[in-house]
Write a protein that binds this ligand. Structure first.
Ligand code: ADP
Ligand code: MG
Length: 376
């Protein structure tokens, strides 16, 4: 897209990177659809999707993004297209961030963490970092690399160290070079991927255990993994560069007040909404490219990410969505946040799968093929 290239490749010295926005639609799950209504959203191409217009069933809403990953997209494909291109920058002293955004149940943790059989962005990115480090150490003997990790959670606007579970709320500071630092946060050196695995798995479990006790806390906190690469010159002048990669599984974007989730105190849902709301303002501000003040300081999450989101950093937001009707309003909100463009198209939503007769009275459930519709 011409205008996008122009923004990213502008020769100006004060270059501000856009945040790339990808959308990933997870597969339709019967269990998530008690009413058997079928999906309400589907992909149309590598950058577009359509969703039923609930106000008018003769229309769909079509949205465009930097990338759209349909329900058949593999973990490997998501990694290759949306994440791998930005990872290499952290070996050159630049910063990067990857976020998974979207309502609870839409696939954020699947995208970031995945499973043993289908590893997600986090294990793939860490493997890639070690792979790049090994290759560059071979090719550029003059430089040595050290890799380390920190892992924290932002819950109720508190910063908690997941590698040191009994720690208190940690402060976020900025040093004289405008690097964001967290004094007191555990930083663990890593010599290999298996070393990472050894430290990360129990820390993730920490988070899960806490979550069952504290009423699904994991869906209301932001899990932030930091991978830091320090590149040091072995000979004078012994230059040193630090690159940071943030991999973030965000809190669910659903409106906790609207869904009337009873265990949630108002303060808590307010805090979640504050940090996600601020993130959306920051992303809008960066992508509008109009200059102006970016409101990083308005929440812990955006303050923490200030040196790794916008400016010279490389960022991608993967918005996860679910196809079932029960997610409709949360999907709609998430898409409006993520979209580059949106337009109303005057044709009914077309189902890819046939519906049984009990649903045929549903206004959007007409069984017409897209060819028939194109021909009209
Ligand atoms: P979230 O973290 O956004 O709440 P999860 O990642 O836990 O959502 O996903 C909800 C459920 O859907 C999980 O059982 C997960 O394994 C499954 N799931 C999510 N995305 C996919 C996908 N792309 N392919 C297959 N299963 C998926
Ligand atoms: Mg999750």
């Amino acid at each position: 897209m011409a205008h996008r290239v122009a923004v990213n490749d502008a020769a100006g010295s004060k270059r501000t990177s856009r945040v790339r926005v990808a959308v990933r639609l997870r597969p339709y799950m019967d269990k998530q659809d008690e009413k058997g209504e079928g999906p309400c959203v589907r992909g149309l191409g590598p950058q577009t999707l359509e969703i039923v217009n609930w106000r008018n069933a003769t229309e769909t809403l079509q949205y465009q993004f930097d990338a759209f990953h349909g329900e058949k997209t593999t973990q490997q494909e998501v990694f290759l297209s949306s994440v791998k291109p930005i990872v290499s920058h952290i070996l050159n002293g630049q910063n990067a961030s990857v976020f998974a955004y979207g309502p609870t149940g839409a696939g954020k943790t699947h995208t970031m963490l995945g499973s043993q059989e289908q590893p997600g962005v986090i294990p793939r990115a860490v493997r890639e970092v070690f792979h790049l480090v090994r290759t560059q150490e071979k090719d550029q003997g003059e430089w040595g690399f050290s890799v380390g990790m920190s892992y924290l959670e932002i819950y109720n606007e508190k910063v908690l160290d997941l590698l040191s579970p009994n720690s208190q709320d940690l402060p976020i500071r900025e040093d004289k070079d405008k690097n964001i630092i967290i004094p007191g946060l555990t930083h663990t050196s890593l010599s290999s991927f298996s070393d990472f695995h050894t430290h990360f798995v129990p820390a993730s479990l920490n988070r899960t255990t806490a979550s069952t006790k504290l009423n699904q806390r994991s869906s209301r906190s932001h899990a932030v993994l930091l991978i830091k690469v320090v590149k040091s010159q072995r000979v004078p002048p012994n230059r040193q560069q630090t690159g940071k990669l943030y991999l973030v599984d965000l809190a669910g974007s659903e409106d906790n007040r609207r869904t009337g989730n009873q265990g949630i105190r108002l303060k808590e849902s307010g805090a979640i909404n504050l940090s996600l709301f601020t993130l959306s303002k920051v992303v809008d501000c960066l992508n509008a490219g109009t200059g102006g003040r970016v409101p990083y300081r308005d929440s812990k999450l955006t303050r923490l990410l200030q040196d790794s989101l916008g400016g010279s950093a490389h960022s991608v937001m993967i918005t996860n969505i679910a196809p079932e009707y029960k997610y409709y309003f949360d999907t709609f909100t998430a898409l409006n946040f993520a979209a580059k463009s949106k337009h109303v198209v005057n044709r009914p939503f077309v189902r890819e799968t046939m519906l049984d007769s009990t649903n045929s009275q549903h206004p959007v459930a007409r069984k017409r093929t897209s060819e028939e519709l194109e021909a009209e």
